[in-house]
Write a new protein. Sequence first.
Length: 150
Amino acid sequence: MLACAPALSACSAAPTAEKGPGFMEPPLYPNETPELRRLINKYADAYEVPRPLIHRLAIRESTHNPKARNGPYYGLLQILPATARSMGHKGSASDLLDAETNLKYGVKYLRGAWLLSDGDMSTAIHWYARGYYYEAKKRGMLVETGLRKG
């Protein structure tokens, strides 16, 4: 059994310098590409949202498919164009089918849900899917969540 350990360790993900020694980046999810992983990490870090939360949402909403469409929802994180506009998007709805554009505005919106979730990923996904304006208003967090300019 122990003789297999070196062979198995060679198959694991490579450590990343950003997280320090011992940190292992998880393997790519089905449909995820290295470029998509880089973009997810970029926006997770930029908006201070846990990377696993973004992956969980992307799997739930589109199975990591940036070109996904479902009714009025667009792209990787299945964001409504109106929601993206509320986060600063000035382009067309079809621009949200670009992974980077979708992540820029989707993760910005997810950040507000994360702040309201008190650190619970399931609650953050609930707020993302349901909308959180009234909860943010009730808690006095409209500016902090990005729903109102400061």
